[in-house]
Design a binder for this molecule. Sequence first.
Ligand SMILES: Cc1cc2nc3c(=O)[nH]c(=O)nc-3n(C[C@H](O)[C@H](O)[C@H](O)COP(=O)(O)OP(=O)(O)OC[C@H]3O[C@@H](n4cnc5c(N)ncnc54)[C@H](O)[C@@H]3O)c2cc1C
Length: 272
Amino acid sequence: MLKMVVCIKQVPMVSELPWNPKTGTLKRELAEGMMNPACAHALEAALQIKSRHSGNITAITMGPPMAEEVLYEAIAMGADDGILLSDPAMAGGDTYATSYILARTIERQCPNFDLVLCGCFTSDSETSQVGPQLAEELDIPAAAYVEDFEIKGRKVRMQRISDNFLEIMELAMPGLMTITTRSYVPRYPTLGSLDEAFEHQQIKTFKAKDLGLDLKTIGRSGSPTRIINVYSPTAEKKNVVLKGTAKKVVDDILAGYGDKISGVIGKDLKKK
Ligand SMILES: Cc1cc2nc3c(=O)[nH]c(=O)nc-3n(C[C@H](O)[C@H](O)[C@H](O)COP(=O)(O)OP(=O)(O)OC[C@H]3O[C@@H](n4cnc5c(N)ncnc54)[C@H](O)[C@@H]3O)c2cc1C
């Protein structure tokens, strides 16, 4: 029986979210939360493995108390249990602190795991760092952006698409994979299963001290990165009329836009 852990982040439902036009930032506090789409694909992958090989799926999320909603949803889809990591001391953590907390939780609560599955990225921060960093913290092999996989004994055989190449790779268990959003289309939980999950299932909730975490290693104090500024990039368009002989026009294009053209065509136009 395979023991699987699926890491799920609750993200704001951006389509319904107002922006602050002055600062260009999302008004997160007004947002409804939803399961990060790539996490739903990772969960679906685990559910398909469970139905083929039998297994147990623990869904874990770190976030504010409302993040427990995604755990109930995961249970309604077919996960066996849910773990919520929520503590003001964990807030403001970067991917490093997040991976650290997830790893220490998995070691304590799911010590004999075979597979950890993550989404390939989130829709709100999109760093793609948590999966690989979590594998480092757990000291297990990992593969990112996995399209499809199957279990062969104690190995996972997977397909990845990288730079338009299809790669077939094997990973020894215990291991970690991040799953893309191209395959494993998530199932919809039924109303009955949602009702059953929200009404009758218990989510295990842990704070930092329950996990024996040193406060210096989590939240803002445990985060080596800082967001300096968040803004919406604005595209500027303008018309430029170049005049003169053909040679002068070409020289002016290269002088004004040579770097950009070089970047697009991948060739340094200044090199003769
Ligand atoms: C009280 C509290 C408040 C928080 N508030 C915010 C906030 O306002 N905004 C914010 O972006 N983050 C918040 N977090 C969570 C944390 O800071 C981010 O999850 C983390 O930095 C992930 O970065 P990312 O989205 O780029 O992940 P990526 O690396 O892009 O995510 C890849 C995958 O890693 C896994 N993963 C990522 N984050 C989590 C998570 N939190 N729990 C479980 N699995 C995860 C998922 O499988 C995901 O698909 C909060 C956490 C706490 C405890």
